[in-house]
Design a protein around this ligand. Sequence first.
Ligand SMILES: [Zn+2]
Length: 86
Amino acid sequence: MDSSMIGKIEKARRYAGESRERIAFESFCAEIKGDNDAHTVEYNRGAWNCGCHYFKSHHWCSHTKTMEYLLDGMIAQAQEMLPNAA
Ligand SMILES: [Zn+2]
């Protein structure tokens, strides 16, 4: 491994350690294994979705909250993604 590769890997480790400051997920899809069933949670530019029944009537659920807790500080909010937002 040459020195530039080593530098890239060191940088990647540092970035990962500073993830809350450096990373904002704009969209993702994840399956969460609940106690009874697995559910698919989706996030896209501020909009959440989950396949469970509770989400349909409440627009949030334990599965979307799980992802919010897991990615605390790393989910880009809708207003942050407007084209001219500072
Ligand atoms: Zn759900």
